[in-house]
Design a protein around this ligand. Structure first.
Ligand code: TYD
Ligand code: MG
Length: 458
């Protein structure tokens, strides 16, 4: 017999779930067409038998809490997203699309950390040391204690970290890192998971802080952050779009802090700059929004976003009035316009109505209803909305405003971006912390639109 046949199993690229046979639908998360074959070869010695002899169960009262120290990246926004710096001995994953600026962020953080006296190792499997050094010179002043290691081999990284007594390790990127324990290619689900768990095992006992860069594409097709999320201590995602200079850093998971923090950066000629006045920058509201604009605090999955909704109404010149929505459901817009007309007395029968969600967002959250209605009313009545006010609420057919889920996150996000007021539905027995509460759309319109010529003072 010519050697042992390699064993293969199937992994889900969405959730990382494992299955011995191929399936069209992942048995773990239910996604379709996500199972990929991976060759796995496990070493002969089984860990379970070794672990059994060593590990003892201890009572929770007898265990000391980990009073870990935090380590500053020297970048205020980054530290804030991590909950006040990275925990020593933890593994932080920085996920994002290629070209978004992950390497730039990490080289800036690496130089800051090295300058503060830490020994930092930057393992780069993706770029040559020359390219990394070039970037380092571009964004700051390189320091002696920042060492570059051009390798994609996990074993080399582990050896160097131990030998050099490094305190911080940066891996750029997890998709290029590989271990020869597995025969599958670098970047495959099993390689990515194996390397990540080895890094976790390296970090925990020695107090080494590890930052791992992981690429994700829009459709999540590269094995990366999704399969790693449960292995690492914190996952921060770096987002933005190629048409704008701003970049958003958010915590997706954080074992040692909250996930509602948001960091805002701007990509400049000389690297990433923190944007302190995020709201002013982000929504361009010099002197407040004009008539026809409203800001909605919406939820996308478990995260809150603020988006600007613009509406334009103009008298129909001939034929049937036009109703167009970009980034918002057209059928829902028609319903909201009928509510505005019938319940709030806003005449729209002879009006063309255009609604646009700025920034290319596609809103599915009914919590944006209130902002859409107020933007339309604001345009029709030519009265702008009160300053610094974000809106969250679903509008019902009776013209009532209904509460939506995730108010605490919407509120936190509004605050983060400088919106001091959040208007939402009345809730009987709950203090949401929102500034304005309305039970009907008509009350919201009269309460939130500024009368012509009147300045609203907060
Ligand atoms: P990079 O950090 O290489 O992205 P990633 O590691 O996420 O793939 O950054 C890529 C982009 O950032 C690149 O298109 C050029 C731009 N950039 C700047 O605009 N200014 C800079 O100072 C640097 C270093 C990069
Ligand atoms: Mg890179």
């Amino acid at each position: 017999m010519a050697g042992k046949k390699p064993r293969s199993v199937f992994f889900c690229t969405e959730c990382g779930g494992e299955s011995p046979v191929w399936a069209g639908k992942c048995p773990h998360c239910g996604s379709w067409n996500t199972m990929v074959e991976e060759v796995v070869e496990r070493s002969a010695s089984s860990t379970t038998s070794r672990e059994l002899s060593r590990v003892e169960a201890v009572s929770v009262v007898d265990v000391d809490t980990e009073k870990g120290e935090r380590l500053s990246t020297g970048i205020g926004e980054f530290d804030r997203v991590l909950g006040g710096g990275a925990f020593k001995g933890s593994v932080v994953l920085i996920g994002g699309q290629p070209g978004i600026g992950k390497s730039t962020l990490m080289i800036q953080a690496a130089m800051n950390m090295a300058a503060s006296g830490l020994k930092v190792l930057y393992a780069t499997g993706e770029e040559s040391p020359g390219q990394v050094a070039d970037r380092a010179r571009r964004v700051g002043k390189p320091v002696q204690d920042l060492m570059l290691l051009p390798t994609a081999d996990l074993a080399v990284v582990e050896k160097k970290v131990k030998a050099g007594k490094f305190q911080v390790l940066i891996v750029d990127s997890i998709q290029t890192l590989n271990t020869d324990q597995l025969s599958s290619a670098a970047g495959s689900v099993s390689q990515v998971r194996q390397c990540a768990s080895s890094l976790v095992n390296l970090a925990k006992p020695t107090g080494l802080t590890v930052f791992v860069i992981g690429h994700v594409t829009k459709d999540g097709s590269i094995a990366g952050p999704k399969v790693l999320e449960h292995l690492v201590d914190a996952v921060v995602s770096f987002e933005g779009d190629s048409f704008h200079q701003f970049r958003l850093l958010r915590a997706v998971k954080n074992r040692f802090g909250s996930t509602s923090e948001l960091g805002v950066f701007e990509m400049k000629e000389k690297g990433l700059k923190e944007v302190v006045d995020a709201s002013g920058y982000f929504l361009q509201r010099d002197g407040g929004l004009g008539a026809g604009s409203a800001v909605a605090a919406i939820m996308e999955g478990t995260r809150a976003f603020l988006v600007e909704i613009q509406a334009l109404t103009s008298t129909t010149n001939y034929g049937f009035p036009q109703r167009r929505a970009t980034g918002f459901d057209g059928g829902r817009l028609a319903m909201l316009l009928a509510v505005l007309e019938r319940r709030c007395g806003i005449e729209l029968g002879n009006q063309d109505v255009y609604v646009n969600v700025a920034g290319g967002f596609d809103i599915a959250d009914p919590g944006a209803d209130m902002a859409v209605c107020l933007a339309v009313a604001s345009s029709r009545l030519e009265r702008p909305l009160k300053n610094d006010t974000a809106l969250s609420g679903e509008v019902g057919l009776g013209g009532e405003i209904r509460p939506v889920a995730g108010m605490d996150r919407r509120l936190a996000e509004s605050g983060n971006l400088g919106f001091t007021n959040l208007a939402c539905a009345c809730e009987k027995n709950e203090n949401t912390g929102a500034s304005f509460r309305f039970s009907t759309l008509s009350a919201a319109i009269s309460g939130l639109l500024v009368a012509k010529g009147e300045e609203w003072l907060s």
